[in-house]
Design a protein around this ligand. Structure first.
Ligand code: CA
Ligand code: CA
Length: 131
């Protein structure tokens, strides 16, 4: 867990720079509550952003200790599509600890996982830059 929680100051600066109308600010997002809010990255159980969503507000180095919120279904190696509602890039990995194949989802990205990442993602972190 080498990543500090995103500071509200940084969020405020980014919101100002990007001209976003984030009235509630980053404090409105609550990770891993099953609801994909602004500032979060969502990994979905099924394609087309359907099924349960594993919503991340901060980086997670190992999905093996996580279930889809409100279920007993593991989020590890079990996601098929994405939606990035964050202003950061999200980097996804097929191995725990940010190892294995490495893919990047831009801010605002919506799509299905390619064959490499379908039901294989085990960790993810956010960054201001792409791969
Ligand atoms: Ca959430
Ligand atoms: Ca975890």
């Amino acid at each position: 867990m080498g990543f500090a929680r995103k500071s509200t100051l940084l969020g405020a600066v980014l919101a100002a720079v990007l001209g976003l109308t984030m009235a509630a600010g980053p404090a409105g997002a609550a990770g891993k509550n099953g609801s994909l809010e602004s500032g979060e990255f969502g990994l979905y159980y099924l394609t087309g952003q359907s099924g349960w969503v594993f919503d991340l507000y901060v980086s997670d180095s190992n999905f093996a200790d996580d279930n889809f919120p409100g279920t007993g279904v593991s989020a590890d190696n079990n996601t098929e599509s994405y939606r990035n509602r964050d202003s950061f890039w999200w980097h996804v990995f097929t191995g725990a600890g940010y190892t294995g194949s490495h893919g990047c989802l831009s801010p605002g990205y919506v799509g299905n996982a390619s064959a490499t990442y379908k039901n294989t993602i085990s960790s993810a972190y956010y960054s201001s830059s792409s791969c």
